[in-house]
Design a protein around this ligand. Structure first.
Ligand code: GH3
Ligand code: MG
Ligand code: MG
Ligand code: MG
Length: 309
């Protein structure tokens, strides 16, 4: 398992961001000096400012003074943990209080650790590096768990998780949810003709074309398995989904990946199945997926290189 902080930073390709909130600038400056070479430091001198910087910059770690006028660190932490945008960010309390009750309260509020004042630079460095490594490791594991290794787009696990979320949200809001399934035509022949390495490259290019065809931030393109992709389009009605399916079909054809042995076209094409419903608790998401799959079968039967719904 990768637990070395430098390696995790390298893998992510971006410096860690630390938010330091303390009403006394001298403390912030001291912490800035310790970490400035390795991390980007954001500084807040009040609880309000800390909340605002946390939500706009989404730091990897927050070092939070407990004693601050107006809004104290405990209240800041409480609010951070109530907001979906900031609740996952680890918080370390900076405190002059040493009572067991204070420490217990801090953990109950969701903090991961304490650093006592006056600050010892070796202690703060050790604790911050430990928690940064844990944060980056969690982020890395989450990313690889939900990403397809070959194409770099989301994988089936991500599809399953997002389907549950979208399903619940569309049920609550009585909005339509659409699924588009995309399957490469005659892909077995492609592999047989051009080999698996070019087959893999073809899948990567197709995956990126599909993802690029989805415009809205909450649309999701996933590699569902093999040469099959599944897109989740929340708040999208049937006409909208058919439109997206047609855009995907055209985008893949426009890649012009030669496929001399295809019975459908001299370039790689895809067939697509589309299904839409307004989710209710009486209907199951598996049925929507099965409906899209049945339409994909129709598209294949009707000559491929087309969308059916
Ligand atoms: P159809 O038009 O009916 O979809 O025919 P097809 O040949 O595309 O479908 P079939 O299911 O017979 O073959 C799918 C092929 O996809 C077979 C399999 O070797 C290939 N495949 C699945 N995953 C990968 C992969 O990761 N890399 C490569 N290169 N090929 C893959
Ligand atoms: Mg203070
Ligand atoms: Mg196929
Ligand atoms: Mg297939």
């Amino acid at each position: 398992m990768i637990n070395d902080l430098k390696m995790l930073i390298e893998l992510r390709g971006a410096r860690p961001k630390i938010l330091v909130a303390d009403d006394q600038p001298i403390n912030i400056r001291a912490i800035h000096e310790i970490f400035k070479s390795e991390c980007d430091i954001f500084m807040a001198t009040s609880g309000e400012q800390a909340l605002s910087l946390a939500s706009s910059h989404r730091p990897d770690l927050i070092i939070l003074d407990v004693m601050m006028p107006e809004m104290d660190g405990h209240e800041v932490c409480r609010r951070l943990k109530q907001d979906v945008v900031t609740k996952e960010i680890p918080v370390i309390f900076l405190t002059a209080q040493h009572t067991p009750e204070d420490e217990v309260l801090g953990f109950q509020l969701g903090a991961v650790d304490f650093i006592h004042k006056p600050i010892d630079s070796f202690v703060i460095q050790a604790r911050v590096e430990t928690h940064l490594a844990l944060k980056l490791q969690t982020e890395y594991l989450r990313k690889i768990a939900l990403t397809d290794g070959l194409t770099g787009i989301a994988n089936r696990r991500q599809f399953d998780v997002t389907l549950v979320q979208d399903w619940l949200q569309c049920t609550r809001e009585a909005n339509p949810l659409s699924i588009v399934i995309v399957d490469v035509d005659h892909f077995k022949k492609f592999n047989d003709t051009y080999g698996h390495l070019l087959g893999d490259k073809c899948l990567r290019d197709v995956a990126h074309a599909i993802r690029a065809a989805l415009r809205r931030p909450y649309d999701l393109a996933t590699r569902y398995g093999g040469e099959e992709f599944a897109c989740l389009l929340p708040n999208t009605d049937f006409d909208g989904a058919m439109h997206i399916a047609e855009l995907i079909r055209q985008a893949v054809a426009a890649l012009e990946i030669a496929h001399q042995q295809s019975e459908t076209s001299p370039v790689v094409t895809v067939s697509l199945g589309v299904a839409t419903c307004i989710p209710t608790s009486a209907y199951e998401s598996a049925k929507l997926l099965a409906a899209a799959d049945a339409q994909l079968y129709e598209a294949k039967q009707s000559g491929r290189n087309q969308a059916r719904g």
